[in-house]
Design a protein around this ligand. Structure first.
Ligand SMILES: C[S@@+](CC[C@H](N)C(=O)[O-])C[C@H]1O[C@@H](n2cnc3c(N)ncnc32)[C@H](O)[C@@H]1O
Length: 312
């Protein structure tokens, strides 16, 4: 983990209190902490840094991690294709991330991509702001993103058919800056960052995957700035009780506070002068992208991800 993150990080266990973490660095090179730990002086929580990977998610247990599909090799390779297929000269590649990136206007400051998986959007944002951070609960995803950050290219083994595999090489374009990105393991429901840290915040295909979508939005609002801030949320709104109880869904219901569609409900909440997501956001017209996930050469999942972009 780059040492420059130390100024931004706080203990996720002490929220809403904000306590800086104290670094115990065992091994470092060129400003990158390879081995060490971050300690909270308030609650004594210890967050290890192993092989450069900062583990700052106190909410996911080891048992949950073992059974998390996003930790499997197969899903990592699937997401590497989903994120970087347009760089691979693949006729089936997806333009989703380029479209999303085009929605965010360049500006000074720091960006955060929550649930950023193997890092495509975080890299995109490195050419649009001063520093770009990606976080995810999956250690395997963050490890892959950091490998790309450090090595700039990666050989990926994609499933072709049955036991057949084919290898391809991802190479990052020069304008995605490794010196301007970092990736950490953390939880979108307990962000290890001070309030008002970020000028740009993105949540792509995440809000329907977390057990408390409202907590995710409140955390977004806590860490974004009151002015000069942009927020983009994109999602297929595949509400499911596997991810969150119906009471917690922000849409997809016929009655109650969140009756109607998720995207419209989130837009209404953002625009309110008072309430959970104040100070209010100015919300642009909605849009959508076709987001694609590849299972094997002849099998793809095509997802209509609906987005809104807001600024304040
Ligand atoms: C459907 S994928 C979307 C990935 C990426 N945002 C994209 O659009 O390509 C959902 C991602 O959210 C991550 N995730 C799930 N729950 C999370 C949480 N509570 N905090 C942070 N990341 C989470 C998963 O590990 C996975 O990478």
């Amino acid at each position: 983990m780059k040492k420059q993150l130390l100024d931004l990080l706080i203990c996720p266990n002490c929220l809403p209190g904000e306590y800086s973490l104290v670094a115990d660095i065992i091994e470092q090179q060129d400003g990158d902490i390879h081995t060490g730990a971050l300690k909270c002086p308030q609650c004594a929580s210890l967050f290890p840094i192993i092989d450069g990977l900062a583990l700052l998610d106190p909410q996911t247990s080891e048992d949950e991690r073992q059974t998390n599909k996003y930790e499997s090799e197969e899903v990592v390779s699937s997401y590497l294709w989903s994120h970087f297929s347009d760089l691979l000269d693949d006729e089936n590649g997806s333009q989703a991330y380029t479209t999303w990136a085009g929605v965010m206007r360049p500006q000074a400051g720091i960006s955060l991509d929550a649930g950023g998986a193997v890092g495509r959007f975080t890299f995109e944002m490195s050419s649009k702001c001063d520093f770009s951070i990606g976080l995810d609960t999956s250690q395997a995803f963050i490890r892959a993103a950091r490998q790309l950050m450090q090595e700039r290219s990666m050989v990926v083994s994609l499933k072709d058919e049955g036991m057949l595999r084919k290898e391809t090489v991802i190479r990052l374009p020069d304008d995605w800056r490794s010196d301007r990105v970092e990736f950490i393991v953390a939880n979108a429901l307990a962000l290890p960052f001070r309030k008002k840290t970020f000028n740009m915040f993105t949540s792509l295909n995440l809000v329907d995957k977390v057990p408390s979508p409202m907590t995710h939005l409140q955390e977004m609002n806590r860490v974004t700035r009151d002015t000069n801030a942009q927020f983009m949320l994109s999602d297929p709104f595949s509400w499911s009780t596997e991810a969150a109880p119906k009471d917690a869904w922000l849409g997809g219901k016929t009655e109650g506070d969140f009756a109607g569609k998720g995207l419209a409900n989130v837009a209404t909440m953002l625009a309110k002068k008072q309430g959970e997501l104040a100070p209010s956001w100015q919300v642009d017209d909605p849009g959508h992208v076709w987001w694609k996930i590849r299972t094997h050469s002849n099998h793809y999942e095509l997802i209509r991800s609906c987005f809104i972009h807001a600024k304040r």
